[in-house]
Design a protein around this ligand. Structure first.
Ligand code: PLP
Length: 474
C-alpha cells in the first residue's frame, strides 16, 4: 500500500508502504538489495522503514480502510515482500498497490509482492496445499527432510499421491510427468512438480529450464524451493515456475537469528489462495523478525560472494585431501567441482556454485593411522592428537562414528543444523531419522560462512586428523 493510498484510507502517510527508488537507473543486484524497500529522500525521513508493533489498525465507520487485523497483513512486511519478489523476478518493478499485479519494466516476468510466512515450512505447506485432495505430487527423492515428511504425511492421510524422482535425471522426471498427467486425466491442477535444486543435502542439480518447460506443456503446477541458490544465483520464475518458496531463515536473512519463509508468484489466483491460507492458518511473521530479515537481506550479495568463494576454495582443498592425504575423507560433493555429476549443468544454469558442500567420511580402515605421514607433507614433528609412530587404531568405527569424531573435534565450525548464516555450521545429516538411507551415514553437510578461509580449512584439517588419530568423541 502506498502512502497516498493509506492517507486516502484515513490513515497518516507512512513511508513504510512505498517501495521507493532513488533514481530511475537500472541497479545492480548489490545496489538493489541495499537500496530497495526504503522510503523517499526528504527532510526528516527515516532511512529505514518504520515497523508497526501492533496487532490491529483502527477504523472509522463509513470510511474505507485497507488495514484491519494484522494477521491479514501489515505495512511492515511490504518492503521485504516487494524486494524478494523483484529479486526473484529479476526485474525492478513498481508495485501499484499491495496485492496488484506489477508492471514489469524490462522483463516479461510478472510478479506480485512476495508473501512472508512464519517459517519456510509454513510457506511450503501453503504451496503444497494448492493441490486439491487426491492430487499428485512429483518431488525429488532427496529434498529438505521437513518437506519430505510433510508430503509423506499428506500421502499417508490420503490427501495426495507421492511420486519421488531423481530430480537430476531429466528423462526420468519427464516420463513421470507424462505418466502422472495421463493418470490424473485432464485435470491439470491436480498435478504439482516440486523442484529443489541444488537438493538438500545431496546437492543434485535439476535441469530447471527443461523440467519447467515440460511441466508447463502438460499444464502441471510447478513450485521451486530456491533456498540453496537464492535469487542471486537462480531465478526459477524466469524459467516459467509458478511459485518459488524460500526458507528466509537461511541465506536471505543470513544470521541464524530468526525463522521465516516466503512464497513468490506472479499468478493472481495462486497469490490470493496463498494469502488466504496464510491468514486462515495464522502462519505470519512477527514485525521484529521482518525488520531483522530485511536488515539481513541488505548484505545478501556480499555475504553470498564471500561464503561462496570460501566454499569453492574449501571444496578444492578438501577434494585434494580426499585423494592424497589418507585421511578418513572419502569424497567431497560440490557443484563447482568438475567431478560433480551435474557440474556442467550447474555452470550453465547457476550464477555461482553456492556456499554449501558436503563431505563423506570413511569408516576406519585397518592401518588408518598411517594417514599422518601424507597428511602433513614435510612435517616430521608429531602434532597434537597424532598417534605415536607405529600406533594402530584397534577398534574400527563406522563412517557415522568417524563423522561424529570429526564434528566433535571442530573448534571453529559449529556442529548445528541449518545453513546460510555468516557463521560456518557442520552437521551429520543422518543423525536425523528423517533423512533417507540413500544419504550416506557419514555425510557431513558444511554450510560455509564468511570467516577467513584459512581458519576454516585449518579447523577442518585438525578435526580430520583428530578423527584419523582415533580421538574419542568428546
Ligand atoms: C531447502 C530448505 N527448504 C525449506 C526449509 C524449511 O525452512 P524453515 O526451517 O525456515 O521452516 C529448509 C530448512 O532447513 C531447507 O533447507
Amino acid at each position: 500500500m502506498t502512502p497516498g493510498a493509506r492517507a486516502a484510507a484515513g490513515g497518516p502517510p507512512n513511508p513504510g508502504h512505498l517501495l521507493g527508488y532513488r533514481n530511475s537507473v537500472n541497479q545492480h543486484e548489490r545496489t538493489f538489495v541495499v537500496s530497495a524497500g526504503r522510503g523517499p529522500h526528504g527532510p526528516n525521513q527515516p532511512v529505514n522503514m518504520p515497523v508497526d508493533f501492533t496487532s490491529t489498525y483502527s477504523y472509522r465507520p463509513g470510511v474505507h480502510a485497507s488495514l484491519d487485523y494484522a494477521r491479514e497483513g501489515m505495512p511492515s512486511w511490504s518492503p521485504l515482500e516487494e524486494l524478494l519478489a523483484q529479486l526473484e523476478a529479476g526485474t525492478r518493478t513498481t508495485f501499484q498497490s499491495q496485492g496488484q499485479v506489477t508492471t514489469a519494466e524490462e522483463h516479461p516476468v510478472q510478479v506480485l509482492p512476495g508473501l512472508l510466512f512464519s517459517s519456510g515450512m509454513a510457506a511450503i505447506s501453503a504451496v503444497v496445499h494448492l493441490l486439491p485432495p487426491g492430487g499428485h505430487l512429483i518431488m525429488p527423492r532427496h529434498s529438505y527432510m521437513g518437506f519430505s515428511a510433510l508430503a509423506q504425511q499428506m500421502a499417508d492421510q490420503g490427501l495426495l499421491t507421492l511420486h519421488r524422482v531423481d530430480i537430476a535425471d531429466t528423462a526420468q522426471v519427464s516420463s513421470t510427468l507424462h505418466d502422472v498427467s495421463t493418470l490424473a486425466g485432464a485435470q491439470d491442477a491436480r498435478v504439482m512438480l516440486w523442484i529443489e535444486s541444488p537438493t538438500n543435502p545431496m546437492l543434485e542439480i535439476a535441469d530447471l529450464p527443461a523440467l519447467l518447460a515440460a511441466a508447463k506443456q502438460r499444464g502441471v503446477l510447478t513450485a521451486v524451493d530456491n533456498t540453496f541458490a537464492t535469487p542471486l544465483r537462480q531465478r526459477p520464475l524466469q524459467h516459467g515456475a509458478d511459485v518459488v518458496v524460500h526458507s528466509v531463515t537461511k541465506f536471505l536473512s543470513g544470521h541464524s537469528d530468526l525463522i521465516m519463509g516466503a512464497a513468490i508468484t506472479g499468478d493472481r489466483e495462486i497469490h490470493q489462495r496463498l494469502h488466504q491460507h496464510r491468514t486462515l492458518h495464522g502462519a505470519i511473521p512477527g514485525p521484529m523478525e521482518v525488520f531483522l530479515a530485511l536488515r539481513g537481506v541488505r548484505t545478501l550479495a556480499v555475504r553470498l560472494d564471500a561464503a561462496e568463494s570460501n566454499a569453492g576454495e574449501l571444496s578444492r582443498r578438501l577434494d585434494q585431501l580426499s585423494r592424497d592425504a589418507g585421511l578418513p575423507l572419502r569424497k567431497v560433493n560440490y557443484p563447482g567441482l568438475a567431478a560433480h555429476p551435474q557440474h556442467q549443468r550447474a555452470a550453465e544454469q547457476l550464477g555461482g556454485f553456492g556456499a554449501i558442500l558436503t563431505i563423506e567420511l570413511d569408516a576406519d580402515q585397518p592401518g588408518s593411522a598411517d594417514a599422518w605421514d601424507s597428511a602433513q607433507p614435510g612435517s616430521g614433528e608429531p602434532q597434537p592428537g597424532q598417534p605415536d609412530s607405529g600406533q594402530r587404531i584397534t577398534s574400527q568405527r563406522s563412517e557415522a562414528e568417524v563423522a561424529d569424531a570429526v564434528l566433535s573435534a571442530l573448534q571453529l565450525w559449529t556442529p548445528a543444523t541449518s545453513l546460510g548464516g555468516v557463521e560456518s555450521l557442520a552437521e551429520r545429516r543422518r543423525r536425523h531419522p528423517g533423512e533417507p538411507s540413500s544419504v550416506p551415514d557419514g555425510l557431513i553437510r558444511l554450510s560455509v560462512g564468511i570467516e577467513d578461509v584459512e581458519d576454516l580449512f585449518a579447523d577442518l584439517l585438525n578435526a580430520l586428523r583428530a578423527a584419523a588419530a582415533g580421538e574419542p568423541i568428546r
